[in-house]
Design a protein around this ligand. Structure first.
Ligand SMILES: *Cc1c(COP(=O)(O)O)cnc(C)c1O
Length: 381
């Protein structure tokens, strides 16, 4: 029997009257498109939140990655070192530049880019005179990568570092916010992210000229003359002013949304860890968004993550496998991989639980009960 209650989604948009009002306010201002004061306000607020000098509001996080790579100098035939355990957008953007991703394994415990594997590969690259054109580190599920090691490594080899902070806006390490690491960072405001403009992204950086160039490339790279003059190929990547209005309102609620996601994680952990389910540790000094609560279901738990997922689905509860490592994706089957077994293990035993900032405590308990029920049935059966 299906439950009559509504479906519990993995990470649905969390919007309310404030966002509706902001959208109508942007509409009433007369600045419908393409740009306007709400875009500027959104860019200033997001740059300030990430400790950066400036930001360029864009149509998606993927567009932001594409521009970040181009502005870091990545071009045809270059290699770019990328975390293998991530959403495909990170590596797609590398291919948009005609470059080749080199996939780097996750570290045990943090699940983020393994600094030791990166160090080994960079040393090998340097010996062969084939350093990559950039490194893209991903703040997986809202935990900043280990920048205390990754930043100095990239500096030593003079390779630009790009932070993929699509899942970590609102996180920090010590007093450094997510989005503040490396040469530039990218944010996503897709519908499933911590804050949303229904679709959107941003490139943030300390170099205001680089950000100005991103805005220009994102507006078809038109030369500043009266007629349409173009010396380079640009893109149509800007965010609409209406959506930026919504983004300003969402950003004002960021801390509360992060707290709600952290509360999901804390509750799941207190209920499931004593029963043998494993969680990503929050290392000392880190403050994670826990965008998604991702867990490991060890064999000793008695039921596979896939069986749990299917069982939750019978209650109309959405859960998902952990990202499939990109070195296992057919689209990237010819790419080089450094290690890979840690990420593969996380994929095979991992599961992402409903983690929305608007997930009710009641629904969260249904998720937990569903997991135990799946286990008990499997043990009995
Ligand atoms: C969502 C996401 C992106 C892409 O952002 P879009 O706005 O959907 O284009 C890139 N990287 C990571 C890690 C993501 O989770």
């Amino acid at each position: 029997m299906g439950d009559l209650r509504r479906r519990v989604y993995l990470s649905p948009p969390d919007v309310g009257p404030a966002e509706r009002e902001a959208l109508v306010d942007a509409f009433d201002s007369g600045w419908i498109a393409p740009l306007g004061p709400h875009v500027e306000q959104f860019e200033r607020s997001a740059a300030s939140r990430t400790g950066r000098a400036a930001g360029a509001a864009l149509s998606s996080g993927t567009a932001a990655l594409h521009l970040a790579l181009r502005l870091a100098g990545v071009g045809s035939g270059d290699r770019v070192h990328v975390s293998t355990l991530t959403f495909v957008a990170t590596a797609n953007a590398v291919r948009y530049r005609g470059a080749e991703p080199v996939f780097i394994d996750s570290a045990v415990g943090s699940w983020t880019l393994d600094p030791a594997a990166l160090a080994e590969q960079l040393e090998l690259d340097a010996q062969r005179g084939r350093l990559p054109a950039a490194v893209v580190a991903v703040d997986l599920y809202g935990q900043c990568a280990d920048y205390s090691q990754i930043e100095p490594l990239c500096e030593r080899y003079e390779v630009p570092l790009i932070e993929d902070a699509a899942e970590s806006l609102g996180a920090r390490v010590g007093n450094r916010p997510a989005g503040s690491f490396g040469h530039s960072a990218i944010l996503s405001f897709n519908g499933n992210k911590i804050i949303t403009t229904s679709g959107g992204g941003m490139l943030v950086a300390d170099d205001t000229e680089l950000v100005a160039r991103a805005r220009w490339l994102a507006s078809q790279a038109r030369e500043p003359v009266a007629h349409y003059e173009h010396q380079t190929v640009g893109y149509n990547y800007r965010l609409s002013n209406l959506l930026a209005g919504m983004g300003v309102a969402q950003l004002q609620g960021l801390d509360a949304k992060v707290q709600a996601r952290r509360a999901n994680y804390a509750r799941y952990r207190s209920a499931l860890e004593p029963e043998g389910i494993e969680f990503i540790d929050e290392p000392d000094g880190h403050f994670n968004t826990h965008w998604l609560t991702a867990v490991l279901v060890p064999e000793s738990f008695g039921v596979s993550p896939e069986t749990i997922r299917e069982h939750l689905e019978t209650y109309d509860i959405e859960s998902r496998p952990v990202w499939k490592p990109l070195h296992l994706q057919p689209a990237f089957s010819d790419a080089q991989v450094v290690g890979g077994s840690v990420a593969e293990g996380l994929f095979h035993r991992g599961l992402c639980l409903p983690s929305g900032s608007n997930l009710s405590a009641e629904d969260r308990e249904r998720v937990i009960a569903g997991i135990f029920e799946a286990r008990d049935r499997s043990r009995a059966g």
